[in-house]
Write a protein that binds this ligand. Structure first.
Ligand code: 13P
Length: 235
């Protein structure tokens, strides 16, 4: 099972370190074997000494080794911290930062060539969900255009835009039917993200085609995230 935390624009370098020390201690003490992925902001990247089951990833990186891309980090900057995991295509980057499908595919291919573990995000907005499952699948599959689905280090995160940061998760039935349709074409692990919390985690992880979760808000406080890791561990 994969339990991932996306810090988004939260935590400082200092608080991220405190968080990771506590999480690492918890994982060690409880012999947690779940795969834990943490995506801190890029200011908090470092050479953390963590248990093997905890991996640090970047929330974003430009598809370049180095160069003139003001405000971006590239492979050289993240490789300094021995990071091998990246989030690509998060809806906040697609919608708020206006990242194009073309750039997303470029990032995917660039970091695939570097053998990174790629958590590739897809998910439909509310108006598409309102049109029913067929349209939802059409939209989500269109976000997979140009992506090599047979890549061995791929993880796909289904994150419906309308469920992100709203406190209202997709229903169990919505998640079930969407993931099972995606499963027909995707052999990679499938995650669900969007208002996952301590209260709904177990129900979501019990869904047949769900291999884990990508958590935002509910993961930012370490005690809460430890509770979620514990729930996954006990399943
Ligand atoms: P929330 O858990 O805050 O809804 O965010 C989900 C998300 O976007 C994870 O990448």
């Amino acid at each position: 099972m994969i339990i991932a935390s996306n810090f988004k624009t939260n935590h400082t370098r200092e608080s991220a370190k405190e968080y990771l020390v506590k999480l690492n201690h918890f994982v060690k003490e409880n012999s947690i074997k779940e795969d834990i992925l943490i995506f801190p902001p890029s200011t908090a990247l470092d050479n953390y000494k963590l248990e093997n089951t905890i991996k640090i990833g970047v929330q974003n990186a430009y598809p370049t080794d180095k160069g003139s891309f003001t405000g971006e980090v590239g492979f050289t900057q993240i490789d300094e911290f021995d990071i091998k995991t990246i989030l690509v295509g998060h809806s906040e980057r697609r919608h708020i930062l206006k990242e194009s499908d073309e750039l997303i595919v470029k990032k995917y291919n660039f970091y695939k060539d570097k053998c990174y573990k790629i958590v590739y995000c897809i998910g439909e907005p509310k108006e598409v969900r309102n049109e029913g499952l067929e349209k939802v699948l059409e939209y989500n599959f269109s976000q997979l255009d140009g992506i090599d689905l047979s890549y061995e280090n791929l993880i796909v995160a289904y994150e419906p835009v309308w469920a992100i940061g709203t406190g209202v998760s997709a229903t169990k039935e919505d998640i079930e039917e969407t993931l099972s349709a995606l499963r027909k074409s995707i052999k990679a692990p499938l995650l669900y993200g969007g208002s996952v919390k301590v209260d709904n985690l177990k129900e979501i992880l019990e869904i047949e085609d769900c291999d884990g979760v990508l958590v935002g808000t509910a993961s930012w406080e370490v005690e809460n995230f430890k509770e979620m890791v514990k729930i996954a561990h006990e399943l």
